[in-house]
Design a protein around this ligand. Structure first.
Ligand code: ZN
Length: 242
């Protein structure tokens, strides 16, 4: 069974800046989607904020096994009702991968329940260290990924303690950051990955692409995705053992 992956990108930087459009002529979604589409295990679709229904009409969301999310300058434009729908589907079993500046997106804040703040600085070198080599998301990555240019993201990162940390980044300025974090969200799985600033060609890096493919497989639903209602708590009558 193929995994249905939807790559969602805000898509505004590419529209507003020639410099960013030159780095990602097909958009960040195009670069990620193009890389994943080479893998026969995935059916890949892309969507952006300015598409009808903000790129995620009900039929698309309901046909998505793993949602990839890149956003930055327009987090506030994403409809609250859509965020609730996505959150409900993740709780029911859909996988979600939140990238880079998506740490401040409504969906990531909703699913973590924290403010997700961090420290940052422009342009630095970044070495993404594998700290959990047995983890499925780290397979094929030998030790670390070197990125010549990335935005520095530093601790403290305002998230709950992740269920697993797969990568820790180290920057030229000496900072470190929990760069690859796994969370169980009821029946669903969520992975946060730090690299991916819009001004740098990070998503063309083959090792980054491998991490994303591994993450899609890891986050794919186990069994059927439940409706939100089935995840609600139920009162069991006293004396009845279930
Ligand atoms: Zn950035």
């Amino acid at each position: 069974m193929k995994i249905n992956v939807t790559v969602w990108n805000e898509g505004r930087h590419e529209k507003l800046s020639k410099k960013i459009a030159a780095v990602y002529p097909e958009g960040i979604h195009g670069a990620i989607g193009g890389a994943l589409a080479k893998d026969r295990g995935f059916n890949v679709r892309t969507a952006t904020l300015d598409d009808p229904d903000q790129g995620l009409p009900v039929d698309v969301l309901n046909d998505t096994d793993v949602l990839i999310w890149w956003g930055h300058m327009a987090h506030g434009d994403v409809d609250d009702a859509l965020v609730e729908k996505i959150a409900g589907r993740v709780r029911g079993g859909m996988g979600i991968i939140v990238l880079h500046s998506g740490h401040y997106s409504k969906i990531f804040k909703t699913l973590t329940g924290t403010n997700c703040s961090l420290r940052w600085r422009d342009d630095d070198s970044c070495r993404v260290w594998v700290v959990n080599p047995a983890h499925p998301i780290a397979q094929g990555i030998d030790g670390y990924i070197d990125l010549k240019n990335e935005e520095m993201y530093g601790e403290p990162f305002g998230i709950p303690n992740p269920d697993e940390v797969v990568f820790i980044s180290w920057f030229g300025g000496g900072e470190v950051f929990r760069a690859g974090c796994c969370f169980n969200v009821e029946r669903g799985k969520m992975f946060y990955f730090q690299p991916g600033h819009e001004a740098y060609p990070t998503f063309y890096n083959e090792k980054v692409q491998l991490v994303l493919a591994n993450a899609c497989r890891w986050a794919a639903p186990v069994g059927e995705i439940q409706s939100t209602a089935s995840c609600e708590h139920r009162k069991i009558p006293t004396g009845e053992v279930k």
